[in-house]
Design a protein around this ligand. Structure first.
Ligand code: KG4
Ligand code: ZN
Length: 336
């Protein structure tokens, strides 16, 4: 069976084809980050319009790369139905569901975060179950225990801003543009670790939930309190913010693996590209004999390979989508 996967939940248009026997055959994406840069974040209407422009050509490009024909070689279509931006999701779901109908093949609507959770299975060295996944992106901050496909326990999540969103907003305050994460990481290298020390939100509470909105406000108040905001001051604020955000993610991740007793932590989502987070988690979790796995960047951030893979798994277990075009912008992992 060969499955075409479509992802348009936020600011990446992505398409992939996966084969039951041969694995991933081709995948490509088009990122809109440059388009959203001048606004300091994703503009939903612009995102939707660009998905409309890019999705058709991208499907043709992926089919060409895999040397396959839509009519003859595709057995099913999988697409992200949520969570995400309403308009953006409607493009992928509308095209995906309609294409499956036109080809007279089954369709399957998948959950974007579930696709992220299972993305490490795309790697040659896939983790064994159970594992804890730390999912850190522009829209989500979750700790989830993955016991098997479709067996997830939500351990903790952000009660306000996602950590990537906090990186992006602080970057905007510092005049760095979008996406903020990599730019804060760069600037923080020149910052002092001692000039400002930001709080580690909720670290002193026993649970596994996160909160990043206070940290963002702390950065804003620190900047407002400065007589002059020169390059060094901005670097020092970037450093204090990055240290606090990374420390908080590490503290909660360690608590989650201790509580569940798993041997593996998987880090997924765009913030997982952060070098300091990678170093700290690897070093500190080694002390607990826990292996930390970072999927390669192409599977860590938004992509369609993970959507096609989850679609295939769902189809194998008999899932079929009715004819309606389903879009679910808010969709809890626990409601799958
Ligand atoms: O998973 P992703 O590509 O897209 C979704 O949000 O679904 O994640 C994007 C987020 C953005 O907020 C971006 O600022 C953040 O990941 N990010 C980083 C780094 N690279 C990307 N945050 C911190 N450090 C980085 N190096
Ligand atoms: Zn994502």
């Amino acid at each position: 069976m060969r499955v075409l996967g479509i992802e348009t939940s936020c600011d990446e248009t992505a398409v992939a084809v996966i084969c039951e026997q041969q694995g991933l055959l081709a995948h490509h994406l088009y990122s809109q980050t440059a388009m959203h840069d001048e606004y300091g974040g994703v503009v939903p209407e612009l995102a939707s319009r660009d998905h409309i422009r890019k999705l058709g050509p991208l499907i043709r490009r992926v089919m060409h790369a895999a040397q396959l024909s839509l009519n003859d070689d595709i057995d099913a279509v999988a697409y992200t139905a949520g969570p995400g931006l309403m308009g953006a999701l409607m493009v992928g779901s509308g095209v995906g569901r309609s294409l499956a109908w036109a080809l007279d093949k089954p369709a399957v609507a998948v959950h974007h975060m579930e696709a992220h959770l299972l993305a490490p299975l795309l790697e040659d060295t896939a983790p064994g179950y159970p594992y804890v996944a730390l999912l850190v992106s522009g829209g989500h901050t979750l700790l989830v225990e993955v016991k098997a496909v479709a067996h997830y326990t939500l351990l903790g999540e952000s009660i306000d801003d996602a950590v990537g969103e906090a990186f992006d907003k602080v970057a905007q305050m510092l005049g760095l543009g979008y996406p903020g994460g990599p730019r804060i990481q760069e600037l923080a290298r020149q910052g002092s670790p001692d000039r400002f020390v930001f709080p580690r939100p909720m670290a002193d509470r026993p649970g596994l939930d996160f909160s990043f909105s206070g940290l963002k406000t702390h950065a804003l108040n620190t900047l407002r309190g400065l007589a002059s905001v020169d390059h060094q001051a901005r670097a020092d604020v970037a450093r204090a913010f990055e240290d606090a955000a990374v420390d908080t993610l590490r503290i909660k991740s360690m608590r989650a693996v201790e509580r569940t007793g798993v041997q593996t932590l998987v880090v997924a989502g765009g913030v997982g590209a952060n070098q300091k987070l990678r170093r700290q988690l690897t070093r500190e979790l080694a002390k607990l004999d826990v292996t930390v796995i970072f999927p390669s960047p192409e599977y860590c951030t938004d992509n369609a390979a993970m959507v096609a893979q989850l679609g295939l798994l769902r189809l194998q277990s008999g899932a079929r989508e009715p004819l309606q075009i389903r879009v679910q912008p808010r969709w809890s992992l626990e409601d799958i």
